[in-house]
Design a binder for this molecule. Structure first.
Ligand SMILES: Cc1cc2nc3c(=O)[nH]c(=O)nc-3n(C[C@H](O)[C@H](O)[C@H](O)COP(=O)(O)O)c2cc1C
Length: 173
């Protein structure tokens, strides 16, 4: 089984990226998608594909291939102004018209320094993925509040409950 994991943050010391990398550390089936910041801005004029061939920008073709080949797609998102980050929405816009994510089991994590854990971004991402994948594994999803108290400055998860929740998540997929 292949699991593709994507952090919605470009920050070098991102807590969401630390969560994704911890999942990879816990389970070698997890591949981390690193190309979020290099994807072109979505423009449907450049979204040039049929079911047989994809002549969209090469980084988009590669992103779609990675999503298509995965058995499960995990996304961990921060929350900015009660929304998912623009860079994450941009990446997901490239998947909208593609078959790559259709029926793909997807898992949503949100992590924020706030007490609410980015719950509004979490709900938005679930709603968005329900439209494009139609297969959100809600029982495996996770909202991580006050994440700065749970992950240290070396991006190590120090909170036992969070670590356990990540293991449970991996067991549920
Ligand atoms: C511009 C900005 C807006 C933010 N807005 C929210 C918000 O609406 N809700 C929330 O829970 N956290 C908010 N935060 C806190 C982020 O969720 C927090 O910094 C989180 O750690 C960022 O994710 P990362 O560590 O993966 O980069 C905001 C942070 C920034 C920089």
């Amino acid at each position: 089984m292949k699991i593709l994991a994507l952090s919605g943050s470009l920050r070098a010391n991102s807590y969401n990226t630390a969560i994704i990398k911890t999942l990879q550390h816990l389970d070698s089936r997890v591949e981390v998608y690193e190309g979020l910041g290099n994807l072109p801005l979505f423009n449907s004029d450049l979204d040039n594909h049929t079911l047989e061939e994809d002549n969209s920008p090469p980084l988009v073709v590669d992103f779609r291939a990675k999503v298509r080949e995965a058995d499960v797609f995990i996304v961990s998102t921060p929350e900015y102004a009660h929304q998912i980050p623009g860079v994450l929405k941009n990446a997901l816009d490239w998947l909208v018209s593609s078959d790559a994510i259709v029926a793909k089991p997807t898992v949503v994590i949100s992590a924020s320094t706030s007490a609410m854990g980015g719950d509004k971004a979490h709900a938005q991402l679930v709603a968005l993925l329900k439209v494009i994948s139609q297969n959100v594994l809600e029982e495996a999803s996770l909202v991580v509040s006050k994440v700065n108290k749970k992950i240290d400055e070396d991006s190590v998860v120090v909170d036992k409950e969070l670590l356990m929740n990540l293991k449970v998540l991996l067991n549920e997929i």
